[in-house]
Design a protein around this ligand. Structure first.
Ligand code: URA
Ligand code: SF4
Length: 213
């Protein structure tokens, strides 16, 4: 597998990218997943939000952030005063990676490998090039590290406005600002009081993003 580069269309525009990504075989993940889950939203969006990879529900529906993590994100966006209609939502990796289920069990999410993240990065960079957002919000370490490099620590840098001209490890043109925060799924995994705190911190980070626009 040689990565997604080879599958990129000559002309970068969203409908073409989406069509091309549907037949991507840039890494092994296309084999077991149902379909490519490309980003969703308009070319005029000023904010791009990047998750890790589609989950079970996204894999089946073909749309990003439509499952439980998406519901939590929607709620946090409302609280932060961000209109989801103005956000382009996507993932660092476009196919669902999961542990093969035992009979009757649901498919369990598995983190994508570094190689898979690198293989899929051309799609993300193409989306950024076409949408030209003012701000990119990275939800969790996979998204952040895809652009900011593997030594970037979300736990240390979350909620900070980032100058991607300085900090990105890939070349971006135009260069948006960035902001990293936790992944909504990490909040769903936390319990009780920790969960309420984690959620409030996510909303606080998203408020910083809202103000930066
Ligand atoms: N988690 C993600 O990172 N992306 C989705 O689209 C859904 C869940
Ligand atoms: Fe292509 Fe990305 Fe899917 Fe791998 S995960 S096959 S690189 S779209």
């Amino acid at each position: 597998y040689e990565g997604a580069e080879h599958y990129l269309p000559d002309e970068l525009e969203l409908p073409r990218l989406r069509t091309a990504a549907a037949t991507c075989q840039g890494c092994d993940l296309y084999r077991n997943a149902t379909q490519t889950v490309f980003g969703a939203g308009g070319e005029q969006a000023r904010m791009v939000m990047v998750g890790e990879q589609p989950g079970d529900r996204e894999d089946l529906s073909g749309e990003p952030f439509v499952g439980p993590a998406g519901a939590l994100l929607d709620k946090a966006l409302v609280e932060a005063g961000i209109d989801r209609e103005e956000v382009y939502v996507t993932n660092a990796v476009k196919h669902f990676r999961f542990v093969p289920p035992e009979r009757g069990k649901r498919r369990l999410h598995q983190k994508p490998t570094r190689a898979q993240i690198a293989a899929c990065r051309p799609w993300l960079l193409a989306e950024l090039e076409v949408v030209r957002p003012d701000l990119v919000v990275f939800l969790g370490a996979t998204a952040a590290q895809s652009v900011l490099g593997t030594s970037f620590k979300v736990s240390v840098r979350r909620g900070e406005l980032l100058d991607l001209a300085e900090e990105a490890e890939v070349s971006l043109d135009p260069v948006p600002r960035g902001l990293a925060t936790v992944h909504p799924s990490s909040i769903l995994r936390a319990r009780d009081e920790a969960r309420a705190d984690a959620y409030r911190e996510l909303v606080e980070d998203l408020c910083v993003a809202a103000k930066a626009l």
